[in-house]
Design a protein around this ligand. Structure first.
Ligand code: 5HY
Length: 247
């Protein structure tokens, strides 16, 4: 029995709903999935500033989840914001959806392409590809230039734009698999896969299965070295409530 807290770091509850449904669609019968988002922060994460500001609020959700005894955590934003810091405050595994999707893709294809939302976020994916040692698997990082919240708007034509970018990734990058570059795309995976005919991976479902596997293996985040809990420290002003060592 694993209890997994799936955190959408933006504050749009409808997107958290979509992410929660995708997570539950693949979770084992014995796994409890709770999907949530911070109250405070950006309604969508589409640049470095949004990422930085969302991370602080997301970390407080992880700390509360740790106090509530969750076995594992999923950070359901493709930038994996605050992932390493979250591993400091959690005892159980913490999985970022970008990290999970890229690793899953590397198990089933020698080349994958990422299809994300806005062009300006491609560099964030590039940095993660390098951080995760995925350079020789990643054949391309592409944007469909659909704002994150437009993914939920049927009239936006988002699905068609994403599908066309996937087909270009196959034709031009030689991609053998597609990694979806946004938590808000988790409900498109199976339809896209049927449409384009190659494996399509969304990080939410991949992360849930990796989290379950690590919990089943009895593996927890190492507290030896840099991922040990942050020691107590005074924080000032509005951030005094976030001071480490308070919970
Ligand atoms: C995400 N933003 O997964 C990222 C996607 C992106 O609010 N959820 C967001 O475009 O970087």
């Amino acid at each position: 029995m694993a209890r997994i807290l799936v955190i959408n770091p933006n504050t749009t509850a409808s997107m958290t709903e979509t992410i929660g449904e995708a997570a539950r669609s693949v979770a084992a019968a014995t796994t409890e999935i709770v999907a949530t988002n911070p109250e405070d922060g950006p309604v969508s994460i589409e640049n470095h500033y949004d990422e930085a500001m969302s991370a602080a609020a997301m970390l407080q959700v992880v700390r509360q989840g740790e106090a509530d005894g969750y076995d594992a955590f999923v950070i359901a934003c493709f930038g994996d914001p605050g992932l390493t810091a979250a591993r400091e405050v959690a005892s159980g595994p913490v999985i970022g959806i970008a990290e999970a999707a890229m690793h899953a893709a590397s198990f089933i294809a020698t080349k994958f392409s990422v299809v994300t939302t806005l062009s300006r976020t491609c560099v964030i994916a590039e940095h993660l590809v390098r951080n995760y040692g995925m350079e020789h698997f990643c054949a391309g990082i592409r944007a469909c230039d659909v704002p994150v919240l437009e993914l939920e708007n049927e009239e936006s034509g988002a699905y068609q734009l994403i599908r066309d970018e996937c087909l270009r990734a196959i034709a031009e990058d030689g991609a053998g698999a597609i990694v979806l570059g946004c938590g808000g795309m988790a409900d498109l995976t199976l339809k896209l896969q049927a449409d384009i005919g190659i494996p399509v991976i969304d990080g939410v479902t991949a992360a849930v299965k990796f989290a379950e596997a690590l919990v089943d293996l009895g593996l927890k985040t190492s507290k030896h070295g840099d991922l040990d809990y942050p020691g107590p420290k005074k924080y000032t002003g509005a951030f005094s409530q976030y001071a480490p060592g308070k919970n």
